[in-house]
Design a protein around this ligand. Structure first.
Ligand code: FAD
Length: 519
């Protein structure tokens, strides 16, 4: 017998935890089943070398939904920041590094024309990013309206665009169809400035600056705020695991049960309705509803099984583009590295290796053909400079997102990984001479490693490419864009749903609202 109002959530990623908490607060009896040994999904802190701890996949907080943060009381449950507004430093080899924060240049040789263009560009992009952010918390509209209620989100979006005013509306529609390369070429001269802005548009995506859709991904990246500051980049104290520890504490306080080491093998279906799960160890657990925080392909094709789906819907899920391109590098360093031209204070900011926009595009080129970049782009942080709990005294942790590292590498990662690590270290060495000699341990996670260790199909940042044909009403696929799947009683709540990936919690909150509203 299934207990009335019971819900099983598959996965204790941050979205699964957020969804579970909202559902428990709405009176549901919720059990979260997590395959890994600890909750948090791709937002955890873990030891990667004796005494060295790092944010294992996601490493910067910039999209956390302020509504989720407030409603779930994350600060009361222990979330604090080691730094809440990192500046961005564009490393440029021989040139002086450029230091940016929002629309301001904090240091670097930049013309007055570029400074003023950056202010105008940042203000315009912020305005458009706020429009995108307003859509995050709305359940996407249905393509077919059965009632006025169904039509409301679409009307709200149209109204938001209309409210921009004629001039901005025209500019928004123009930019939304452009690539970031052309936008940056139109406005700026400084190569380092263009490189840094281009990298922000393509991080986590299978895109180069010249790819279509790259203005949308740039706006998406800017759509967050930390501590009320739009576009801010934060380091949670204790690493990203502090965010999911706070979410897990909020979940437990709401009465949610969390079982780790409980890998779900399949979703059980009776009379066309999801009615529970079977664990890999054979145990079966019943529930009135099942909600999956795993990515859409894993949830629907592997755990549920295509046989429970209509062929056209299963084909759409199968065709989702979800092959990751971002790798993660962790270095345990025996001392503080020195980057060319950087002061000790600047070392603690967010450092980018993207010296110009063509460099970023060239780094992307090999990935189109299943090869990794031999001169990759990097987003680097040294979190232990702000958070001494992450490394032993006198030593440091370096954490970097590295692109491009295609999931489906030609020849396979078993052969390619060592060569890619060597290329990444050679690139780092150019900017930080002597860093190699400080390395006591290096961990490189390719998208294949991320798939295997974190259960994300393709190891993709967003559980599925964030592209115009996979967004909002089309995310993850038509027929599941409102979190409910075609199988009664089965819902999705992870990054593969609207609004997408990044540590935000919004997909979990939206899914819970649909479920609690009986939708
Ligand atoms: C290299 C890289 C760097 C990134 N950097 C950043 C960053 O700096 N900032 C940022 O905001 N975002 C970043 N991201 C994106 C971010 O990590 C993800 O979008 C986010 O963690 C997704 O959260 P989620 O809760 O939806 O899913 P996940 O975090 O993937 O959680 C899903 C959970 O489901 C569990 N699960 C899966 N299958 C099963 C099963 N069968 N049984 C039980 N449990 C199961 C998994 O173990 C996992 O715990 C990065 C991503 C990558 C790949």
């Amino acid at each position: 017998m299934t207990e009335p109002r019971s819900v099983i959530v598959i996965g204790a990623g941050h979205n699964g935890l957020a969804c579970a908490t909202y559902l428990a607060r709405a009176g549901r009896k919720v059990l979260v089943l997590e395959a890994a040994a600890q909750p948090g999904g791709a937002a955890i802190t873990r030891e990667f070398a004796p005494g060295f701890r790092v944010s294992a996949v996601a490493h910067l907080l910039h999209l956390l939904d302020p509504v989720v943060e407030r409603e779930l009381g994350l600060a009361q449950h222990g979330l604090a920041y080691a730094r809440d507004a990192l500046a961005t430093v564009s490393l440029a080899g021989e040139r002086a590094p450029l230091v940016l924060s929002g629309g301001s240049i904090l240091s670097g040789e930049v013309s007055a024309a570029d400074r003023s263009a950056l202010r105008a560009h940042a203000a315009r992009m912020q305005k458009f990013a706020r429009l995108i952010a307003r859509q995050h918390g709305r359940v996407p509209p249905r393509l077919r309206f059965d009632s006025w209620r169904d039509a409301l989100p679409a009307l709200a979006l149209a109204l938001d665009i209309r409210r921009l005013g004629r001039k901005d509306m025209r500019e928004f529609l123009r930019l939304a169809t452009m690539n970031i390369y052309d936008v940056l070429e139109e406005q700026f001269e400084h190569p380092g400035l263009k490189g840094a802005l281009a990298l922000d548009a393509v991080l986590g995506a299978r895109l180069g600056p010249r790819s279509g859709n790259s203005v949308y991904t740039s706006l998406y990246r800017q759509s967050g705020a930390v501590n009320g500051r739009c576009g801010a980049l934060a380091l949670p104290r204790g690493g990203m695991g502090a965010v999911t520890d706070a979410l897990a504490a909020a979940a437990r306080a709401a009465g949610v049960g969390i079982r780790c080491g409980a890998s779900v093998e399949s979703i059980l279906v009776r009379d066309g309705r999801a009615c529970g799960v079977r664990l890999e160890r054979g145990e079966e657990l019943g529930a009135e509803l099942v909600v999956s925080n795993a990515d859409p392909q894993r949830s629907l094709l592997r755990l549920l099984g295509a046989r429970h789906l209509e062929a056209e819907f299963a084909r759409r899920v199968h065709n989702l583009r979800a092959a990751g391109n971002a790798a993660k590098l962790h270095l345990a360093l025996g001392g503080r590295p020195q980057f060319r031209g950087l002061s000790a204070a600047q070392l603690g900011e967010r450092l980018l290796i993207a010296p110009d926009v063509d460099y970023v595009e060239r780094a992307f080129n090999p990935a189109k053909y299943g090869e990794f970049s031999t001169q990759p782009v990097l987003e680097i942080t040294l979190p232990s400079l702000h958070d001494r709990g992450l490394a032993p005294a006198g030593r440091e942790v370096l954490s970097a997102v590295v692109q491009y590292a295609p999931y489906d590498l030609k020849g396979g990662w078993a052969v390619g990984k060592e060569r890619f690590l060597a290329a990444v270290m050679a690139t780092l060495e150019e900017h930080a001479p002597g860093i190699g000699a400080l390395v006591q341990h290096a961990e490189l996670l390719t998208p294949m490693d991320i798939e295997q260790q974190f259960g994300i199909t393709g190891g993709h940042w967003h559980h599925g490419e964030l592209a115009l044909d996979q967004f909002m009403v089309l995310r993850p696929v038509p027929g599941a864009a409102q979190y409910a799947t075609p199988v009664a009683g089965l819902y999705l709540c992870g990054a593969g749903c609207h609004p997408g990936g990044g540590v935000m919690g919004t997909a979990g909150r939206n899914a819970a609202r649909v479920i609690a509203g009986g939708g």
